[in-house]
Design a protein around this ligand. Structure first.
Ligand SMILES: *[C@@H]1O[C@H](CO)[C@@H](O)[C@H](O)[C@H]1NC(C)=O
Ligand SMILES: *[C@@H]1O[C@H](CO)[C@@H](O)[C@H](O)[C@H]1NC(C)=O
Ligand SMILES: *[C@@H]1O[C@H](CO)[C@@H](O)[C@H](O)[C@H]1NC(C)=O
Ligand SMILES: *[C@@H]1O[C@H](CO)[C@@H](O)[C@H](O)[C@H]1NC(C)=O
Length: 375
């Protein structure tokens, strides 16, 4: 039996993904989305390298392949808000901004596909997108068809300017319309993020945002964890590793906990100039394997000792009548000292009579693992 330990010094917006049973997303989707890093930069004269444009997505597609991200599993390039023209065409169809996406979305999707990647696109279940572009209301069927015609593989449907009481029904209806197109698309729904009392609408890239998400996920785990599994995942939002906000240790913690949560691994960073140490975290095979474990079980916060959280996720192989487990220790401490903690394995639910073999991930940033012993 195998147990993988992830030991971390550091201690996490909220979006939930819901899946159609269409054979996609059997493991959590992995990819890159522009929002957290490039937001709604639309002035290409002032910011030619950073504006939301077809060049940006082509470049990121190139880098996903050439820098080894695709080989590690990151396969979706997802365009978030601000890709559209402010107006629909005469037939009521969405159109891309003519200056920033002169070749059109279909051409961009073709390019992305030519690199062996998959293509994602954003809309919003309201009259407007969060940044004021045309929303989907009144055009659900047209937009589903347009997305299919453009060979979109992944749809993110946001919830700004919507009627919060109609989201469940509305998102389900659009899901049915996507299904009707006959093109399998991953459907990423932001509606729970708008309905939950916490009201996390706009994620920001700060560590406190990451810990807020973690707190929300652990508080609600008994309610939501059962909804995660092959084909449908709870989504705590983008990986912001490699951006300005997270330290190295905090970056490892985000990656570890997203792995334990079986969360979609959607990076939002600048692949052109990411520091090697952050790239290494994003490409860590052991951690990605935990995230992509075929069982697709969302891990849980099982115990907190001295303000250090212990998270556990059942993974394969299944031997001697038991799962193996990935274990993450996430410290919420801010006092800068090292702490020794001692926890009988049975207290965190690992009670197999034959005991466990411990594998410590090279990911461990500090020395405490040396004193780990099976109790
Ligand atoms: C549509 O839904 C049915 C039933 O869940 C599923 O079998 C099929 O694969 C779906 N097709 C697409 C294109 O999503
Ligand atoms: C969207 O716009 C329509 C037409 O103006 C209006 O009737 C409807 O209430 C709006 N919906 C929302 C959620 O704002
Ligand atoms: C994210 O962090 C910023 C800065 O600390 C804070 O102002 C904002 O409220 C946080 N947002 C969420 C959703 O936690
Ligand atoms: C381990 O814990 C599970 C769940 O509480 C329980 O069903 C099982 O009998 C326990 N096994 C042993 C060997 O104590």
């Amino acid at each position: 039996m195998k147990m993988l330990g992830i030991f971390l010094v550091a201690s996490v917006s909220l979006v939930l993904v819901n899946g159609l049973e269409n054979g996609l997303a059997r493991t959590p989707p992995m990819g890159w989305m522009h929002w957290e890093r490039f937001r709604c930069i639309i002035d290409c004269d002032l910011y030619p390298d950073d504006c939301v444009s077809e060049q940006l997505f082509r470049k990121m597609a190139d880098l996903l392949v050439s820098e080894g991200y695709l080989a590690a599993g990151y396969e979706y390039i997802i365009v978030d808000d601000c890709w559209m023209s402010k107006h629909r065409d005469k037939e009521g169809r969405l159109q891309s901004d003519p200056i920033r996406f002169p070749s059109g979305i279909k051409a961009l999707a073709d390019y992305v596909h030519s690199k062996g990647l998959k293509f994602g696109l954003y809309e919003d279940y309201g009259n407007y997108t969060c940044k004021g572009y045309p929303g989907i209301l009144g055009h659900l069927e047209t937009d589903a068809k347009t997305f299919a015609e453009w060979d979109v593989d992944y749809v993110k449907l946001d919830g700004c300017y919507s009627d919060y009481n109609k989201l469940e029904e509305g998102y389900a209806e659009f899901g049915r319309l996507l299904n009707k197109t006959g093109r399998p698309m991953v459907y990423s729904c932001s509606w729970p993020a708008y309905q939950e009392p916490l009201g996390i609408h706009v994620s920001k890239d700060t560590w406190s945002n990451v810990t807020n998400i973690l707190r929300w996920f652990s508080k609600n785990q008994n309610r939501i964890a059962a909804y995660a599994g092959p084909g449908h995942w709870n989504d705590p939002d983008m990986l912001i590793i490699g951006n300005y906000a997270l330290s190295y240790e905090q970056s490892k913690a985000q990656m570890a906990i997203w792995a334990i949560l079986a969360a979609p691994l959607i990076m939002s960073n600048d692949l052109r100039n990411i520091e090697p140490k952050f790239k290494e975290i994003l490409l860590n095979k052991d951690i990605i394997a935990i995230n992509q474990d075929p069982l697709g079980i969302q891990g849980l916060l099982v115990k907190t000792v001295k303000n250090i959280d212990i998270w556990i996720k059942p993974i394969l192989p299944f031997t001697e009548g038991s799962y193996s487990y990935a274990v993450a220790f996430i410290s919420n401490r801010v006092d800068g000292y090292a702490y020794r903690i001692s926890v009988p394995l049975k207290d965190v639910g690992l009670n197999h009579t034959k005991g466990y073999r411990v594998e410590v991930s090279i990911y461990s940033p500090f020395t405490a693992y040396r004193s780990v012993k099976v109790l």
